[in-house]
Design a protein around this ligand. Structure first.
Ligand SMILES: [Ca+2]
Ligand SMILES: [Ca+2]
Ligand SMILES: [Ca+2]
Length: 245
């Protein structure tokens, strides 16, 4: 009897301490770690893409005119980023809706790079290439650009060297590791554009260096034209007001 009650209290002790340990972690937003590896730093890559001298405060970077805000990578209850109306407090895994211009901005990797998505849903993955780049490492001048019109939820993805990595971590075959870090960009483009920078890690977690600059892609999404806005009515006007605050 004595041994059983000892066991029982040990059992409940483990259960309670697990709950206490797990509870705060489950509710927290989080960033994926990334590391510099001797290749150009995030500061110099941002300078190469947008010009100016960059500095950082925490996870965000600025050159005085343009600021890039790190987007969260994971949390307990993940929601989609609306590519037009999202912000840095979203999670960069599942994306939704909009008309966007996609531009390859930089590559620092030996492998050829392909960037794509899975138009029409998040499962199965069904990779569809949007653009590819096989040039040398560096900022890409006049790089490949493609326009897309997106309806519904989708994932971004890359296909380097026969592998396939998705913005949604649980889709990745190397144990659900994160291959994408994302910034919300302020101060670039037209007033009615929402701009994102996607930084990809191209190797499986067994051999990666986690520098997350192997392929860098910019997304510029536009809010609807005024004619469409009129049809959308008050919802559209509310969106416009929010964007111009
Ligand atoms: Ca991520
Ligand atoms: Ca890498
Ligand atoms: Ca690299």
């Amino acid at each position: 009897m004595r041994r059983n009650s000892t066991r029982r209290s040990v059992f409940w002790g483990v259960v309670l301490s697990s709950l206490i340990l797990c509870a705060p972690a489950m509710a927290e937003l989080g960033y994926t770690d990334w590391f510099e590896n001797g290749e150009p730093t995030m500061l110099s890559i941002l300078g190469g893409i947008y010009g100016g001298t960059w500095s950082n405060g925490g996870p965000d970077y600025t050159n005085g005119d343009i600021t890039v805000y790190r987007v969260y990578d994971f949390d307990d209850g993940q929601e989609s980023i609306h590519i037009v109306d999202g912000d840095q407090f979203d999670i960069d895994q599942v994306w939704t809706d909009g008309i966007a211009t996609v531009t390859a901005q930089a590559k620092y990797a030996g492998l050829n790079q392909s960037f794509g998505w899975n138009q029409g849903g998040t499962d199965p993955c069904n990779y569809q290439e949007l653009l590819s780049y096989d040039g040398p490492s560096g900022v890409i001048e006049g790089g490949p650009v493609v326009e897309i019109d997106i309806e519904g939820d989708f994932l971004w993805g890359i296909q380097p060297n026969g592998d396939e990595w998705w913005s949604k971590m649980s889709n990745n075959s190397d144990g659900g590791m994160d291959h994408l870090i994302t910034f919300f960009v302020e101060g670039v483009g037209e007033p009615d554009e929402t701009v994102w920078l996607l930084f990809w890690e191209d190797l499986p977690s067994s051999s990666w260096d986690q520098d997350y600059q192997d392929f860098v892609v910019e997304i510029r999404a536009s809010i609807p034209e005024p004619a469409t806005m009129f049809l959308l009515g008050l919802g559209g006007l509310a969106l416009l007001k929010k964007r111009r605050k």
